[in-house]
Design a protein around this ligand. Structure first.
Ligand SMILES: NC(=O)c1ccc[n+]([C@@H]2O[C@H](COP(=O)([O-])OP(=O)(O)OC[C@H]3O[C@@H](n4cnc5c(N)ncnc54)[C@H](OP(=O)(O)O)[C@@H]3O)[C@@H](O)[C@H]2O)c1
Length: 337
């Protein structure tokens, strides 16, 4: 039977911080699947920082959202109608038609996940591209060596919290992080096992970073950009490696942000700064899946989620995540009648 589904559309391109009025919730009918198609009831949808870039009409590694079209993103759900024998009703799958309650997809566009290993929503976080991003950054882009000091910004967030723990598994001697507010700093140390962390909102990043990493930084995992990147460049040891994973401090900027003023230091320190997009490194996914499963099982990797209920609240969840309301991965759980 056809399903009535609510879906979020981009109603206007935001300037600066997005406003609720930039989005509209529409109701549509999702038809029955044809041969080779499935209908998925989304149980969790992901809200992610990169989606802010897709709200601008600029070319990027992932195309912009189109006005008045449903937005897309990662989701996990249950197949409720199937025209594909290899993806029967009841299969738990991930796919890319998030921001809606029900999705009609070609069967080859969904991937079945193992819910015996971890709950379905973990495949939007630690066992999905979030965890893989952290792993790629610290193995391929800015490889951690045994004995290193590793600094992670955005350390209480989805990628950052996993990155700090993976750095430890890869042999880092000291793992330090930054996060917004004292509660997050406490969480970064007590739950995610960082050796030290600081609240960047207190200002004077160079001094706070020097206080947590007095012998300098060998690897910096950058989720934030801006003044965090500048402080890290100042603190890097010779031959240090920086993974440029994200620059969330600039995602709502209306003017191009200033570059790190101390970039020339990268010459004398012989630093490597390398950008990354996780989807270029999917070949590492099977290796990561095996290692992450072991770490989760033996308790050396702890993953958390902040869950907001209901499709009605998905935009607010996105806006709140951009403002720092989440610890770990921000997810929206969809409630179905
Ligand atoms: N390159 C890739 O392939 C790839 C893949 C996934 C994610 N990323 C990037 O990784 C970063 C983290 O993503 P995520 O999904 O894990 O999100 P997240 O860290 O779970 O959530 C975003 C966090 O950013 C922090 N934040 C917001 N504004 C900030 C500012 N001005 N300065 C410092 N921190 C700020 C907030 O935490 P506080 O309370 O601590 O401020 C917020 O909780 C983002 O930059 C994202 O674009 C890159």
């Amino acid at each position: 039977m056809p399903y009535t589904s609510r879906e979020w559309r981009l109603a206007a391109r935001p300037t600066g911080e997005p406003q609720p009025s930039d989005f509209a919730l529409a109701t549509v009918t999702v038809p029955d699947p044809e041969e080779g198609q499935v209908v998925v009831r989304n149980d969790f949808v992901s809200v992610d920082p990169y989606m802010r870039g897709r709200m601008n009409d600029v070319p990027s590694y992932v195309p912009p959202f189109q006005l008045d079209e449903p937005m897309t993103g990662s989701a996990v759900g249950t197949v409720v109608a199937s025209g594909a024998a290899d993806v029967p009703v009841g299969t738990t799958v991930t796919h890319f038609l998030g921001w809606r309650e029900y999705a009609l997809l070609p069967a080859e566009a969904v991937r079945a996940v193992d819910t015996a290993l971890a709950p379905a929503e973990a495949y939007l976080g630690v066992l999905g591209s979030t965890g893989l991003t952290a792993y790629v950054g610290l193995t391929e882009i800015a490889p951690v060596k045994v004995g290193d000091t590793v600094f992670v910004s955005g350390a209480a967030g989805a990628v950052g919290s996993v990155a700090g723990q993976i750095a430890r598994q890869l042999g880092a001697a000291r793992v330090v992080g930054s996060a917004g507010g004292p509660e997050k700093v406490r969480r970064v140390i007590e739950t995610y096992g960082f050796d030290a962390a600081f609240d960047y909102r207190q200002g004077d990043l160079p001094a706070r970073l020097a206080g947590t990493a007095p012998d300098g930084v060998d690897v910096y995992f950058d989720n934030v950009g801006g003044d965090h990147l500048e402080a890290a460049i100042g603190a890097m040891n010779d031959f240090g490696r920086i993974a440029l994973c994200g620059a969330i401090s600039a995602y709502n900027a209306t003017e191009p942000p200033p570059g790190p003023r101390n970039l020339p230091l990268a010459v004398g320190k012989r630093l490597s700064l390398r950008g990354m997009i996780v989807t270029d490194h999917l070949a590492l996914a099977p290796e990561f899946a095996v290692r992450a499963a072991e770490w989760l099982k033996d308790g050396s990797l702890v993953a958390e989620e902040t869950v907001v209920e209901g499709i009605d609240n998905a935009v607010e969840a996105f806006l709140a995540m951009m403002r720092g309301a989440n610890t770990g991965k921000m997810l929206v759980r969809l409630v179905h009648d």
